[in-house]
Design a protein around this ligand. Structure first.
Ligand code: SF4
Ligand code: SF4
Length: 189
């Protein structure tokens, strides 16, 4: 039996996550990088990240800040000449990084995802005030003070709700089913 190389194993893991399957088709044209509005903040561009993943550079890819700066704007995805869903690929890298526990230390996005899941699973809804308070408690409570003027403005304009808008029992059931499915597909809660 032929043993798989480190890069083959990593590529297979990426392909198993929805959105990651196109990585083998990349021709390194760089269109995704040229389209990305946040590429200048990333330590590796979207195209570089694909090349590194295909070279088996697991640790370097998963500890990169690139996927955490992805805005999910989908420009790379609609412009890729090979039909690669680069946005999904970025989320696949996030998922693997969280699974390996090597999340980029400078990003609060994993904490944001966890706060979202906490409320979605527990209440089936997203009470904005409670959600943001929980997020700041988990990430950096001091930052919450800076956000108070913005929160008050949003509240004044009716854009911040204190009360949770509860889903119907059927809606809650459907939401939980979606989250459970996401978990079976490799999502981390
Ligand atoms: S645009 Fe598509 S083919 Fe070109 S480098 Fe990006 S992912 Fe690869
Ligand atoms: S979806 Fe993410 S990686 Fe793609 S162009 Fe937008 S910010 Fe960049």
């Amino acid at each position: 039996m032929q043993l798989k190389t480190r890069s083959e194993t990593f590529i297979e893991e990426i392909c198993d996550i929805p959105g990651g399957e196109g990585i083998k088709r990349c021709i390194q044209c760089g269109t995704c990088t040229a389209s990305c509005p946040n590429a200048d903040k990333m330590d590796h561009t979207p195209a570089e990240l694909i090349a590194m993943a295909r070279a088996g550079m697991r640790r370097e890819v998963l500890s990169s800040n690139a996927m955490w700066y992805c805005l999910s704007c989908y420009l790379c995805t609609v412009r890729c000449p090979r039909g690669i869903k680069q946005t999904g690929l970025m989320h696949a890298f996030e998922s693997l990084a969280m699974r390996d526990g090597v999340s980029y230390a400078g990003s609060f996005t994993p904490t944001m995802y966890r706060s979202f899941n906490h409320f979605a699973c527990a209440l089936g809804s997203m009470p904005e005030f409670g959600f943001m308070t929980w997020f700041y408690m988990l990430s950096n409570p001091l930052r919450a003070w800076k956000m108070i003027p913005i929160a008050l403005e949003l509240f004044r304009h009716g854009r911040l709700s204190i009360k949770a808008r509860r889903l119907t029992p059927e809606g809650t059931k459907q939401l939980r089913a979606i989250l459970e499915k996401a978990e079976t597909l490799g999502g981390v809660t």
